[in-house]
Design a protein around this ligand. Structure first.
Ligand SMILES: *[C@@H]1O[C@H](CO)[C@@H](O)[C@H](O)[C@H]1NC(C)=O
Ligand SMILES: *[C@@H]1O[C@H](CO)[C@@H](O)[C@H](O)[C@H]1NC(C)=O
Ligand SMILES: *[C@@H]1O[C@H](CO)[C@@H](O)[C@H](O)[C@H]1NC(C)=O
Ligand SMILES: *[C@@H]1O[C@H](CO)[C@@H](O)[C@H](O)[C@H]1NC(C)=O
Length: 441
């Protein structure tokens, strides 16, 4: 165990330093926004042979691991109404080269998965075949689509705004992700597959953005079969992490300062961060990383695999906007699932006025909620409060491990048994109904 003061100063180094420095880094090193960050990226789609079937730490530096593990992967680029360009990945199923028969045509309806804050589509494949939800779904005959929100490393693109030069690119919160990104991605999947409806699975922020969409554009209920809401972050005010709580308390002045300094992109996934992570999470000893993870997500050492933490840190953080974090801080502080309220200066103090609430009763699709008892981000009472308020609650699953944390949903050694197998059973049930209503050719 580390001493608290040492730990906190390390945390400041890990969290605040990159936040402050990367803004500067961009301004002095602008890059083309259409280039890939790592040279490995291109090779992912061209690799001809199956490498050995085991997780490697270099996986942290691959954009998408999927092809490598014997699955078909397609990349689609989707344009939103307001001009953002988003990468959407499709896991069609196993490749013939994997030695397993591919499932064609897909036995089940398509499923669209949306990642959490500061993360990316890597959420769904990090744990590797046989464990990660993305692969398990493909194995079960689903056509799997993985979205990436604007501002993440895969969606740092716009038809005319340059993320490195234009503050306007970063003028969004999770409100815009829900209002523009999610519907564009859903429509693309439906159009590409010819399906009438799809399953929606979200983790944390990936669930709240769908509630935003359905509140603002309830007609999207008709395009969805069901929603699998994994640790849904609609109510977060019982949040326990001390680092995040500290951020929430300091958010207004911090946001005002960063905004004034023109630093509106937060914790991007760049070469710059990787050496820092390597330094802090030195090989063979990830104590500090673990402590960071425990504070933010919850402490459950039995489910943490150091190798997984390092791979995860190769993909996380994947970037977000300042406004997006600020919006989070507002719903945490006010305990209201409400729209963004811009900062104003009045009588020499920073203020923001109460913004209108999102209307959860418009989410009329069946919702299945999964929660963990030791989740520091979405406290189980917050998850249950949401479950109480959605009009069409289909089921609520408390994960059987009493120490299950926020990161365990993606990283736990036993997440396949504790979460994914249950989720597959739930989907199966809706899929049968959906297929009989909309026979596929
Ligand atoms: C940011 O977007 C909001 C609408 O979401 C708009 O009202 C505001 O003017 C924009 N600000 C800037 C600086 O572009
Ligand atoms: C739908 O797909 C067709 C081709 O399959 C394409 O021509 C069309 O532009 C797509 N529409 C949208 C809205 O993406
Ligand atoms: C890891 O690092 C911490 C602090 O630097 C130290 O206390 C601990 O003994 C180290 N553990 C191992 C296994 O090296
Ligand atoms: C929420 O939406 C429902 C259904 O559209 C509507 O009847 C209700 O008045 C809305 N509530 C608020 C507070 O806007």
């Amino acid at each position: 165990m580390l001493h608290r003061p040492l730990l906190l100063s390390l945390l400041v180094m890990v969290v605040a330093f990159p936040m402050l420095l990367t803004g500067h880094y961009y301004q002095t090193h602008p890059r083309r926004h259409d280039s890939n960050e790592y040279g490995d990226d291109e090779s992912v789609q061209m690799m001809q042979e199956d490498p050995p079937f085991d997780l490697k730490e270099e996986d942290a530096y691959l954009t998408v691991l999927v092809w490598k593990y014997g699955y078909e992967i397609e990349m689609h680029e989707v344009q939103t109404e307001d001009g953002y360009l988003l990468d959407l990945y499709r896991i069609g199923g196993r490749r013939a080269a994997s030695g397993q028969p591919p499932i064609r045509p897909h036995r089940n309806a398509p499923i669209f998965l949306m990642h959490s804050l500061l993360s990316s589509c890597a959420d769904w494949v990090l744990m590797g075949p046989g464990r990660a939800l993305g692969y398990l779904l493909a194995d079960a005959g689903y056509d799997v689509w993985l979205g990436n929100a604007r501002g993440t490393r895969y969606s740092r693109k716009h038809i005319h705004l340059d993320p490195d030069r234009s503050g306007a690119f970063w003028n969004f919160s999770w409100h815009e992700i829900g209002l523009y990104d999610v519907p564009a991605l859903i429509d693309h999947v439906l159009n590409a597959t010819g399906a009438a409806r799809l399953h929606y699975g979200g983790f944390s922020q990936g669930t709240m953005v769908l509630f935003v969409l359905l509140s603002e554009r309830p007609e999207y209920n008709a395009k969805l079969i069901d929603m699998q809401a994994i640790s849904p972050s609609v109510y977060m005010y019982r949040l326990e992490g001390r680092i995040v709580r500290t951020f929430v308390q300091l958010a207004d002045p911090l946001v005002a300062a960063l905004d004034a300094a023109g630093r509106r992109e937060i914790l991007p996934n760049r070469r710059f961060i990787a050496p820092l992570v390597k330094l802090v999470c030195a090989d063979g000893n990830v104590t500090v990383c673990r402590e960071l993870l425990y504070d933010v997500a919850g402490r459950n050492p039995a489910q943490v695999d150091d190798r997984m933490v390092r791979i995860f840190l190769g993909h996380f953080p994947a970037g977000a906007s300042l406004r997006q974090l600020h919006h989070f801080s507002q719903i945490i502080r006010t305990a209201r699932f409400a729209k963004y309220s811009p900062l104003r200066i009045a009588h020499n103090t920073l203020r923001s006025s109460p913004a209108p609430l999102y209307n959860l009763t418009r989410a009329t699709l069946p919702v299945v909620v999964y929660y963990g008892l030791n989740d520091h981000v979405v406290n189980f009472r917050d998850a249950l409060q949401l479950a109480d308020e959605v009009p069409n609650l289909a089921a609520v699953h408390q994960i059987a491990d009493r120490h299950f944390t926020h990161s365990d949903f993606i990283l736990a050694k036993n997440s396949a048994r504790l979460l994914n197998s249950i989720l597959l059973q739930e989907l199966e049930q809706y899929d049968r109904g959906a297929l009989s209503a909309h026979p596929r050719t």
